[in-house]
Ligand binder design. Structure first.
Ligand SMILES: [Zn+2]
Length: 207
């Protein structure tokens, strides 16, 4: 039994969510990565290069919150550094989910440093947002193949102005969202993905 399989309930819940997001084409071609916190010092995270539509507990692994694998020979997702940073930044964060949808990719390339949503009922999917009558700003970070560099920029933003909503975009890449439970993190992904899709449709819809 792998360490990941030891956390059977959490692994099964995470796999079910990956299958759902896979069906929605938010993590094609083995893209995306997903994790849940397993305690104060570790998280369960997808291994590198796994098909999310067929994910099983054997495709997950345990690493500490510095990204060090708990089992020799296993390689976490390339973006584990961002997951572990988000867990270290807020001890309440219980799950971090990262999708590579068409909407997140296209919209992140069309805006400057953030994408703003206002007037949408779906904004209320995000924790702390109680009304359509406000503006939700989703930050956009420049992409990099150097995850330590990307994590440093996210950390600097968190220190400077805080991560005021539980999500951000990486340009030309995808969406990160998190929550205090796996269900809340999933709701945030669904809410942000909905809003990003509306941005695409509104640009193409000309009455
Ligand atoms: Zn990615």
């Amino acid at each position: 039994m792998t360490l990941a399989e030891h956390y059977a309930d959490q692994a099964e819940a995470l796999c079910r969510l990956c299958h759902l997001f896979g069906k929605r084409q938010w993590c094609l071609a083995t893209s995306g990565n997903f994790s849940v916190r397993t305690g104060t010092s570790h998280c369960l995270i997808t291994q590198s290069g796994r098909d999310k539509t067929r994910l099983t507990a054997a495709d997950l692994m345990l690493c500490d919150l510095d990204g060090v694998p708990s089992e020799p020979g296993l390689t976490p997702s390339a973006e584990a550094a961002l997951h572990t940073l988000l867990y270290r930044l807020d001890g309440r964060t219980a799950a971090v989910l990262h999708t590579h949808s068409v909407a997140a990719t296209v919209v992140s390339r069309a805006v400057d440093t953030e994408v703003e949503f206002s007037g949408f009922e779906m904004q209320k999917a995000i924790a702390g947002i109680a009304s359509h009558d406000c503006t939700v700003s989703l930050p956009v970070f420049e992409n990099s193949q150097d995850m330590a560099d990307l994590a440093t920029r996210v950390q600097q933003r968190a220190a400077h102005s805080g991560l005021t909503i539980p999500g951000f975009l990486v340009r030309g890449h995808g969406l990160y969202a998190w929550g205090n439970t796996l269900a809340q993190a999933a709701r945030h992904v669904e809410g942000f993905e909905f809003l990003l899709s509306t941005a695409l449709h509104e640009r193409s819809f000309r009455p």
